[in-house]
Design a binder for this molecule. Structure first.
Ligand SMILES: *Cc1c(COP(=O)(O)O)cnc(C)c1O
Length: 378
């Protein structure tokens, strides 16, 4: 347990209406996938402009199902970024294909679309871009590349619910889009995820893949013709997600306001001039899933995190460049392969940002960060 005034880097906002709704589901006699899942899927479809949406037990399995629906498997390559939660590349390995990393743009920290075409081979099946921290990737460039080369796109929009690209909501257009409802995300279902399907994808296949591949027909008929997994969303989770979806735009507006206040406070402390990189100031399209600074190489991140902790402030690392994890090094990647991702991975620091934060918390974090960085000689 942390002290009462400890400020974590994130915390879900669950209102009493949602909590009461969960209790009702628990008492209803039907607690796994059922009417609330259907209601959540309908609400998600409405949120994403009427597109077809199916829910899953996690954002990870959601992406895996998208790859399976596209037939991505052994011998295939999927182009993605090394700067993401490791789930992004793990799902490519899980279906037996090979992730092909391209470096990030050091300013946006998203996959650099200018490097994608050079990474395409005859084996490339799909692009798997990630909207890191909810900052949208350059979707004009990526979809143009996909169209030129006949590739499919699975957007890892795990962090991007409510973000837009040039004013159009992520997931409301494009190919596949995969979202996560992990408690740290901008809307949660405790655990869970959803997949927005393009018109040429079969929602019944998505349903079979999430439940053992079972196909039912007639009053008593059943067959299995594809290997599915067990990844359905419970009605308890769906009730939480439904309650969150109603509030996510308000949550995101609050996040944007706090992020704006952070930029003002950190500018006033002269952090950019001291070598600390601030995030891209997208207060129109981004959902501000995280507020991440990048520390200069001269500063030891563990000391900064410890100093913040001593001042009652939580922070996080999202993420180390994933090609440097043992599993990925064992497949041939090494330090120096993606210098921008490695630099960001070594210096990135996530500051507290969540809708329940008070206005005064921003100043508290900024002052603590300033003091800690001064102690570190910055
Ligand atoms: C959270 C996250 C995932 C995985 O979602 P889970 O619901 O935790 O399985 C995948 N990609 C990114 C970028 C994420 O942030």
């Amino acid at each position: 347990m942390s002290e009462p005034d400890f400020l974590p880097f994130t915390r879900p906002s669950l209102d009493e209406e949602t909590i009461a709704g969960v209790v009702e589901v628990l008492r209803s006699g039907w607690i796994t996938t059922g009417p609330w899942n259907a209601r959540f899927e309908a609400a998600l479809s409405e949120y994403f402009g009427g597109r077809t949406v199916r829910t899953f037990a996690s954002g990870t399995v959601t992406m895996e199902v998208a790859l399976r629906m596209l037939g991505v498997g052994p011998g295939d390559e999927v182009i993605t970024t090394p700067m993401s939660w490791v789930a992004t590349a793990n799902v490519v390995l899980a279906v037996g294909a090979r992730p092909v990393f391209v470096d990030i743009d050091p300013v946006t920290r998203n996959l650099d679309s200018r490097l994608v075409e050079a990474a395409i081979t005859a084996r490339t099946k799909a692009l798997l871009p990630v909207h890191l921290a909810g900052l949208p990737c350059d979707l004009d460039a990526l979809y143009a590349i996909a169209q030129r080369h006949g590739l499919r796109v699975v957007e890892d929009a795990a962090q991007a619910i409510g973000s837009s690209w040039r004013g159009r909501r992520i997931g409301s257009f494009g190919d596949f889009a995969s979202f996560s409802f992990h408690p740290n995300k901008n809307a949660t279902s405790i655990e869970g995820g959803c997949l927005v399907l393009p018109d040429d994808a079969d929602p019944a296949l998505a349903e079979r893949l999430r439940l053992q591949g079972v196909r039912r027909f007639g009053a008593d008929g059943m067959d299995v013709d594809v290997l599915g997994t067990k990844a359905n969303l419970t009605d308890v989770a769906a009730r939480v997600g439904w309650g969150q979806l109603r509030q996510v735009d308000a949550f995101n507006a609050r996040r944007r306001a706090l992020a704006q206040a952070y930029c003002v406070a950190l500018d006033a402390l002269g952090l950019p001039a001291r070598g600390v990189r601030l995030p891209v100031r997208d207060f129109a399209d981004g959902n501000w899933h995280m507020f991440q600074i990048v520390l200069p190489e001269s500063v030891a991140r563990p000391a900064v995190m410890q100093g913040l902790k001593e001042r009652g402030i939580g922070s996080g690392v999202h993420y180390p460049a994933m090609h440097l994890f043992t599993l990925y090094r064992a497949q041939g990647w090494k330090p120096g392969d993606f210098p921008h991702a490695e630099r960001v991975g070594a210096g990135t620091l996530t500051l507290p940002l969540f809708p329940g934060m008070r206005d005064t918390d921003v100043g508290r974090v900024a002052d603590a960060l300033d003091a800690v960085l001064r102690q570190c000689g910055l």
